[in-house]
Design a protein. Structure first.
Length: 339
C-alpha cells in the first residue's frame, strides 16, 4: 500500500455500539489520502468483529489487536503503527464531519510553523443533563489562535484530544502519551506547549464530540478535577519560573477553601504567596496559613505583582480579567488564569 498522508489513530475498547458511526464518518471524508489505525484494546464485546468487517470493506482501515492495557497503551500502539506524515486522533464514540481531515491537513500544509491543529467541535450530548460538559465545549470553541491556546492552557484543556492532528516530528521529538495519575491528553498538550510546539485551530466545526455515560473522562480517576490540578500545577510552576518577573512570589485571586486547596499545590514547587485577594467582606482581613486575605481593590499596581486568578465559578474569570486589565495588567505578562 502507498504511504498515506494522514494516519488516524483510534483506540477501541468495548465500543461495538458506536465504532461503526466513527468509522463511517472517516470513510465519508472529502480527503481520501489517509489510513485508520484502529487498536482493539482487548475488547470482549463485538468490537473486533465490527472492525474486521470494515477492514474487509476498505483497505485503508488497519487493525491492531493487543491485550487490554488501557487507553494510553492503545493510543501509543496506534501512533507507533501510524505511517502518515500527519497523525490525527479519533475516539471510537465520536464522529468526524466530512471536511475534517482535509481542512486540518491543509492548515498544516500551509503553515509550517504550526505543529498541532485542532478545530471547533460540536457537542453531541444533552445540553440540559450535561450542562457542564456543554459549557466546556462552548469555551474551547472560543480558544482558536496559538496565543489564546497558550495563554489559556492552565484554565482547562483547550484543544480536546479527539480533535487533534499533528506532524509526526512532534511525537518523535517530544514524546507520546505518558501513563500516570493524570489526564494523559492534557499532559501531552502541556508538555508540547512547554517545548515550543505552536498550536492552532481550524475555525470550523469539524468534530462531533459525543458524551456517553461510559466516556473515560467521566469515570476514570485520572480525569477527575484533582488530577487535572495536580498535573497543571507541575507545568504552571515551571511556566512561572520562566515568565514571572517576580518569581517565586505570586498573588492569588480568590481565597475560598477550594481556591486555596488548588493553589496550595504550587507550594511544593517553591512558589510563594504574597496575599489572597477577595471581594467578600466576610473573608477580607483573615490570615490563612500566614497569608493575608486582602480586599481586591488593594491589589498592587501593574508591574508590582504577578497574579493567578483561581476562581472558577461561571463568569468569575471574565470579571477578574476585566478588573485586572482595568488596573493596567496584561495577560501573560502580569497574570495568567488558572481556573
Amino acid at each position: 500500500m502507498p504511504t498515506p498522508k494522514i494516519s488516524v489513530t483510534m483506540p477501541c475498547y468495548n465500543c461495538g455500539e458506536t465504532v461503526h458511526k466513527a468509522l463511517d464518518s472517516l470513510l465519508g471524508q472529502t480527503c481520501g489520502d489517509f489510513e485508520v489505525v484502529a487498536v482493539n484494546d482487548g475488547s470482549f464485546d463485538n468490537t473486533a468483529g465490527i472492525l474486521a468487517e470494515y477492514a474487509r470493506r476498505d483497505s485503508r482501515i488497519r487493525i491492531l489487536s493487543i491485550e487490554h492495557g488501557g487507553v494510553v497503551a492503545a493510543a501509543n500502539a496506534a501512533i507507533k503503527a501510524a505511517r502518515g506524515r500527519y497523525i490525527a486522533r479519533m475516539d471510537a464514540d465520536d464522529e468526524s464531519l466530512p471536511g475534517r481531515l482535509e481542512a486540518q491537513s491543509r492548515l498544516l500544509d500551509d503553515s509550517p510553523d504550526i505543529g498541532l491543529v485542532g478545530c471547533r467541535i460540536r457537542f453531541g450530548g444533552c445540553r440540559e443533563s450535561c450542562a457542564g460538559y456543554a459549557h466546556y465545549v462552548d469555551w474551547t470553541n472560543t480558544v482558536v489562535s496559538h496565543e489564546a491556546i497558550s495563554l489559556n492552557r492552565f484554565v482547562e484543556f483547550p484543544v480536546p484530544n479527539p480533535s487533534i492532528m499533528y506532524r509526526r516530528e512532534c511525537v518523535n521529538e517530544h514524546g507520546m502519551y505518558r501513563d500516570g495519575d493524570f489526564p494523559e491528553d492534557y499532559e501531552l498538550l502541556l508538555r508540547w506547549l512547554e517545548a515550543g510546539v505552536r498550536m492552532e485551530k481550524v475555525d470550523e466545526e469539524l468534530l462531533v464530540w459525543n458524551d456517553p455515560p461510559t466516556r473515560l473522562s467521566r469515570n476514570h480517576p485520572r480525569y477527575d478535577v484533582d488530577a487535572f490540578y495536580r498535573i497543571k500545577s507541575v507545568y504552571l510552576a515551571r511556566w512561572l519560573a520562566r515568565n514571572n518577573p517576580l518569581h517565586p512570589v505570586v498573588h492569588i485571586l480568590g481565597s475560598g477553601r477550594i481556591t486555596r486547596k488548588r493553589a496550595d499545590l504550587l507550594l511544593a514547587h517553591g512558589v510563594k504567596f504574597a496575599a489572597y485577594y477577595d471581594i467578600d467582606p466576610r473573608k477580607i482581613g483573615h490570615v490563612v496559613n500566614g497569608v493575608s486575605v486582602v480586599d481586591r481593590n488593594d491589589i498592587p499596581g501593574a508591574g508590582e505583582a504577578f497574579c493567578l486568578p483561581y476562581v472558577g465559578s461561571r463568569g468569575a474569570r471574565e470579571d477578574i480579567t476585566d478588573f485586572l486589565r482595568g488596573r493596567g495588567y496584561e495577560l501573560g505578562r502580569d497574570f495568567i488564569p488558572v481556573a
